[in-house]
Design a protein around this ligand. Structure first.
Ligand code: GDP
Length: 201
């Protein structure tokens, strides 16, 4: 495994570090890591960009050729952010899917104790089967995780309250959950606190 020179030139700004396609190319960092998972269109890039205050940062992960890679970013919180592109595998060849799964499993194996995951889901859609699958995978690998509900602004005030109640009743005892909107910036402070807390553990 390679060891990267860190912090980057400007440590006060979030920046793209590298994309990794296979386990043997995984870098090691002397920092904690957070990995963001989410089905495509859930609002992952928007949330990362809003959180990092960089307009097109996470667009990097959507560049053709990078959509099945782990994309590593430096955060000024001195934490490495990993964008794990969407789990909508309907239209990709089996070999690509297998390669991606192998990479993910090796990554999770390697990062125990160093990694916390953020599972993004659309506030309008609650937790879906593919989210449950990732949760199971994380539990098996002993990776702590936080649920992040996106696009909160798309819900009416009443539905926002319903979501909060449901989280309190069904999720709060199992894992932390955050509600966010990249559009209104609601919840970004909570995300910041969560990442800082993990980074300083
Ligand atoms: P990704 O595929 O998960 O990276 O999703 P994107 O960040 O590209 O967002 C998908 C779509 O949802 C885009 O049209 C965004 O403008 C929109 N979107 C993302 N976040 C929000 C949000 O917080 N509020 C609203 N209203 N729209 C959002």
């Amino acid at each position: 495994m390679s060891i990267m020179q860190l912090p980057p030139e400007n440590p006060h700004e979030a920046s793209f570090l590298l994309s990794v396609a296979e386990a043997r190319a995984l870098p090691r960092f002397p920092h904690k890591e957070v990995v963001f998972f989410g089905a495509s269109n859930v609002g992952k890039s928007s949330l990362i960009n809003a959180f990092c205050r960089r307009k097109n940062l996470a667009k990097t992960s959507k560049t053709p050729g990078r959509t099945q890679l782990l994309n590593f970013f430096w955060l000024p919180q001195k934490v490495i952010l990993v964008d794990a592109p969407g789990y909508g595998f309907a239209n990709i060849p089996d070999s690509v899917r297998q390669n991606w799964q192998d990479l993910l499993l090796d990554y999770l194996d390697d990062r125990q104790g160093k990694l916390q995951a953020y599972l993004l889901m659309d506030s309008r859609r609650w937790i879906r089967d593919h989210d449950m699958e990732i949760m199971k995978l994380l539990q098996i690998h002993n990776i702590p995780y936080v649920l992040v509900f996106t696009k909160l602004d798309k819900l009416s005030k009443i539905d926002q309250q319903d979501l909060q109640n449901r989280l309190q009743q069904q999720v709060a005892s199992a894992c932390p959950a955050l509600v966010t909107s990249a559009k209104t910036k609601e919840g970004l402070e909570g995300l910041q606190k969560s990442i800082l807390a993990w980074g300083s553990l």
